[in-house]
Design a protein around this ligand. Structure first.
Ligand code: HEC
Length: 137
């Protein structure tokens, strides 16, 4: 009987110690590795972990203060004209023809209600877009 009690005390002590250790080790949070991923990224897709984080997308190139737009004449005008409605990502990923940029501008004004700046600023912005995000150069 004495032996039995001693065994069960030992077992209880081991159990308590075990639980203590388990609680002390922080469980890895699987959602942590997904934070900052593009919205809608599939967490079951193994490539998700490798996808660019939105906060790292500008890595090194471009002006961080202008949403990663490359510096140059018109960068600031472009930033303030365009981020009223969406991020610079949608611009940076474009490689379209010069003509397409003119069309996109018209579409942004007519279909999306973009307020047009004065002609000079419009010219500066379109030149900037065609210089940096064109498929023609
Ligand atoms: C008044 C709001 C507004 C402004 C200002 C605006 N956009 Fe947009 N833009 C939109 C909307 C809305 C979409 C569609 C987003 C979507 O796909 O849901 C869009 C989409 C785009 C696209 C993607 C087009 C495609 O082929 O899918 C580009 C490129 C773009 N905008 C560039 C610009 C640029 C460059 C500027 C600044 C000169 C600008 N936008 C300013 C509202 C705006």
């Amino acid at each position: 009987m004495k032996h039995l009690i001693r065994t069960s005390i030992g077992a209880t002590a081991a159990l308590v110690l075990g639980i203590g250790l388990a609680l002390a080790t922080p469980a890895p949070d699987p959602m942590k590795s997904l934070s900052g991923r593009p919205a809608g990224a599939d967490p079951l897709n193994p490539m998700t972990a490798l996808m660019a984080r939105s906060d790292e997308a500008t890595g090194g190139e471009g002006n961080v203060e202008l949403g990663g737009l490359p510096d140059g004449p018109g960068a600031e005008d472009t930033y303030y004209q365009c981020v009223a409605c969406h991020s610079t990502e949608i611009i940076k990923q474009q490689r379209v023809t010069d003509h397409r940029w003119d069309e996109l501008w018209t579409w942004m004004v007519e279909a999306q209600g973009m307020v047009e700046p004065d002609d000079q600023t419009k010219k500066v912005i379109l030149t900037y877009l065609k210089t940096n995000f064109s498929s023609e150069r």
